[in-house]
Design a protein around this ligand. Sequence first.
Ligand SMILES: [Zn+2]
Length: 119
Amino acid sequence: MSQEPITLFNFRNELDEKVLERGWIYFLNFWVKEPREVLPGCFEAVVEEVNPHAVSFSLNELGTFSNFFCTCGDKTHAICRHMAAVIFVYEKKYIEENRPADWERIEEDSQQPFRKEEN
Ligand SMILES: [Zn+2]
């Protein structure tokens, strides 16, 4: 694992591939419960695997993570699959919050046929 701090923008490259894969599946299955900001910049979530695991971390305004902790005690990976699942949740939040103001119109337009039928 590199020494680069993990951010919302590099984690897909920095995390172990198997960890990412598991985390992605947990994310898609909505196993990340109650993600919440408990103090400014300090976050917690519960990941409902077979046994639930509690994850806590800091996330600053630049999208940089620090102080990762998970109750699973994974000694092999600095960032475990539960944390990866939670990072995907916050990546989604970031993307949704930073959409252009006219996102809904763009989305509606994009559902129109690419080429308008000529009458
Ligand atoms: Zn874990």
